[in-house]
Design a protein around this ligand. Structure first.
Ligand code: NAP
Length: 382
């Protein structure tokens, strides 16, 4: 079980849920470091509440211009930028990191923490989508455990319970997001507010838009490939609007195991924090009779064409997933800034993927360059 935790993305949605779990278990965990981008007020509040003295910040300019230093307790050590995040990741006081920085900025600090043999509690799926080959190889080499926080992967991890070699396939469940009941024609007029209105989960903006397009599920399928060492044919997805079953594992003897829990990210976060033990978390019991019925259906690819693109990337085995990631980041940023329409997200990803020439980067640096190239192509398409 981990005791001393460094939280990256501490002021976000996953950060909030993590801090709630730790607040209820203050005698079990210590937060030894915090990282965020620019929400200094909130970061300082958490630092004061938990007595955290090491803080990494990526928006250095805003930090200086706002004189944010005065918000923090005396004696706080500040680290800045990517270098600061990597330094915090290897800090001796922490025995585990919780990585919840959206996008690819979580890759280098995660790699640094693996190098320092810290347990990794991983929420940022982009880390494995873009760099899964390098991250998982290094973790294996150094005997570092990666505990999945993404609810689907946490569910699979719980169902596996050591039975990895008997797995036939995994089935990731998907809520279908806020646009599940739209017609393809209605997608033409989807506004930012419509796509941000997720029916079951409350999350950051990027992942909520990715849920609307189902790019998120595609990224999760790629994440599952690296995390559980599966081949693409072993990974599928099914729409399950109630979001009660978080994923299934089918074993070679035909048994299908699913993990059910109320839809709160506190549940997988607590599972990782307490692993390999289980503790009372105060989570409400599921009332199956109140839920009454659980439904499952195949994804409609006419409504979710991005999911088809993501599946192509899953099958590629090269760097296509990194191209998808870079293009999606640019497209979602532009959609959130109301510079492009909802359907443009698909167009930009699809056209950026068409520019991919099949290169297979052999280094982490090469993989990061692929993302950066994909971002440039996507920017030009905006
Ligand atoms: N939310 C969920 O339920 C959920 C579920 C599964 C997986 N995930 C994954 O977890 C990650 C975080 O998601 P979220 O929903 O918590 O995001 P979020 O609410 O947008 O929070 C993002 C956090 O990361 C910080 N941040 C943003 N950009 C950064 C950068 N370049 N460098 C350092 N810190 C940065 C933010 O700081 P500021 O507040 O200062 O901007 C904030 O603390 C994503 O990869 C997502 O896919 C989330």
């Amino acid at each position: 079980m981990v005791h001393n935790v460094i939280i990256f993305g501490a002021t976000g949605s996953i950060g909030n849920s993590t801090i709630s779990v730790i607040r209820r278990n203050r005698d079990r965990f210590r937060i030894t470091g915090l990282s965020a981008h620019s929400n200094f007020t909130k970061l300082a509040h958490i630092a004061r509440e938990f007595g955290v003295k090491k803080i990494a910040i990526t928006d250095r300019q805003k930090f200086t211009s706002e004189r944010a230093e005065s918000l923090f307790p005396a004696g706080t050590v500040f680290l800045f930028g990517m270098e600061g995040n990597c330094e915090l990741a290897v800090d001796d006081d922490g025995d585990a990191i919780l990585m919840a920085i959206p996008g690819t900025d979580g890759i280098l600090p995660t790699m640094a923490a693996i190098g320092a043999r810290k347990t990794i509690m991983l929420a940022s799926k982009e880390v494995l989508v873009a760099a899964g080959k390098f991250i998982t190889a290094e973790a294996k080499r150094l005997g570092v455990q990666i505990l999945p926080i993404d609810s689907e992967h946490n569910a699979i991890f719980q169902c596996l319970a050591g039975g990895e070699k008997f797995v036939k396939r995994v089935i990731l469940t998907a809520s279908g997001g806020p646009l599940r009941n739209h017609t393809p024609n209605q997608l033409k007029s989807v506004a930012k507010g419509d796509a941000l209105r997720h029916p079951t989960w409350s999350m950051g903006a990027k992942i909520t838009i990715d849920s609307a397009t189902m790019v998120n599920k595609g990224l999760e399928m790629i994440e599952a490939k690296w995390l559980f060492d599966l081949i693409p044919e072993q990974i599928s997805t099914i729409v399950h609007p109630e979001s009660i079953v978080h994923s299934f594992v089918e074993f070679c003897d035909g048994s299908l195991l699913g993990q059910l829990a109320p839809h709160s990210m506190e549940s997988p976060i607590a599972h990782c924090l307490f692993y390999p033990f289980r503790e009372r978390t105060g989570s409400p019991s599921l009332s199956l009779s109140e839920i009454g019925r659980l439904t499952f259906m195949e994804p409609n690819y006419e409504l979710f064409p991005c999911l088809r693109l993501a599946k192509t990337c899953l099958n590629d085995g090269g760097n296509m997933a990194s191209v998808l990631l870079g293009a999606d980041e640019v497209a979602v940023e532009a959609f959130l800034a109301e510079k492009i329409t909802y359907l443009d997200i698909y167009r930009i990803i699809s056209e950026t993927l068409s520019s991919y020439t099949g290169e297979r980067e052999q280094t982490l640096d090469g993989a990061l360059k692929t993302i950066s190239r994909a971002r440039s192509v996507a920017q030009a398409l905006l």
